[in-house]
Design a protein around this ligand. Structure first.
Ligand SMILES: Cc1cc2nc3c(=O)[nH]c(=O)nc-3n(C[C@H](O)[C@H](O)[C@H](O)COP(=O)(O)O)c2cc1C
Length: 172
């Protein structure tokens, strides 16, 4: 499948089948994250793959009571282990690096017939306690993964001409 097709087909899946994700498919999704680029290739990311139903249930209140967090058979907890590293441009690298890895995983998931949803609405300290994540590690995002139990809605995106200009800033 052409990459743009996967990009077009990816959507936020907020309802999941009980069907588990096959080990091989999960490994392929994680491999896509592993191969992502990172600033200075530091790869300062760690991923806690939560499949235990009891632990997933604990994550629901930590994730603003979003029910699908308990329904999705896999929650990938995406962490940055070096939040102090800032690039010369002034941006901390960890959240950017994690976002790239997560995006790779979401697109590979489409290729595997799986759905995902980024979850930024969560209490970091609660997630840390539940999973035993050290205090100096940032929990950047949770990623739900599983077989979709819903259907995509049309994408709502700004047109290119509203978000792109050429050669100089011409936005009004
Ligand atoms: C960084 C980030 C955090 C998000 N957090 C949540 C979340 O906590 N809960 C949720 O249901 N969707 C969450 N989303 C999904 C967005 O709402 C969704 O991507 C956006 O509305 C576009 O829809 P689409 O993903 O279906 O194309 C998040 C997306 C991103 C990129």
């Amino acid at each position: 499948m052409a990459l743009l097709c996967q990009i077009q087909q990816r959507y936020s899946v907020r309802s999941y089948q009980k069907r588990p994700v096959e080990k091989e498919k999960l490994a392929t999704v994680l491999e896509a994250g592993r191969l992502a680029p990172s600033a200075s290739n530091t790869q300062d990311w760690r991923f806690v793959v939560v499949q235990d139903a009891a632990v997933r249930k604990q994550l629901v209140p930590a994730a603003n009571n979003q029910a699908f967090v308990g329904e999705a058979p896999v929650i990938i907890v995406c962490c940055g282990i070096n939040p102090a590293y800032t690039m010369r441009c002034g941006q901390p690298a960890y959240a950017i690096d994690l976002a790239i890895a997560i995006d790779h995983m979401t697109l590979q998931a489409v290729e595997e017939g799986l759905g995902t949803c980024w979850i930024g609405s969560f209490d970091e300290d609660q997630v840390r306690v539940i999973l035993g994540i050290p205090a100096d590690t940032r929990v950047v995002e949770l990623l739900a993964l599983g077989y979709p139990n819903d259907t995509p809605k049309p994408k709502n995106r700004l047109p290119l001409k509203q978000i792109v200009c050429y050669d100089r800033w011409t936005f009004t």
